[in-house]
Design a protein around this ligand. Sequence first.
Ligand code: SF4
Length: 98
Amino acid sequence: MSDLEQDHRALTNVIEELLDDGLRIPCIRSDTRQSAAWLSDNPKRQEIAATQCMGCLAIRECRRYVAKHPKEAGVWGGTTEKDRRNPDVLRQLWGGVL
Ligand code: SF4
């Protein structure tokens, strides 16, 4: 299993444990129209989704994952695509987390 696969599995395990405990993960919803905001190309929808990440109990693991395995698309760990292209914003958003 590759490093990427291992880290993705670890993140998925954290998310699954939280869901098993009845806790909410904002990007995982039964209404796929709402979950789609995390994958949207629309910057405004991404901003709204990123705001909702702030209440996610997996945000630290999600941020560590995307910091180690950068993603161009979508919302990860409370950051939009635009956020992740700006090192200053990243340092501010991720300060103390990584
Ligand atoms: S922090 Fe990650 S796992 Fe949590 S809602 Fe945001 S994208 Fe989903």
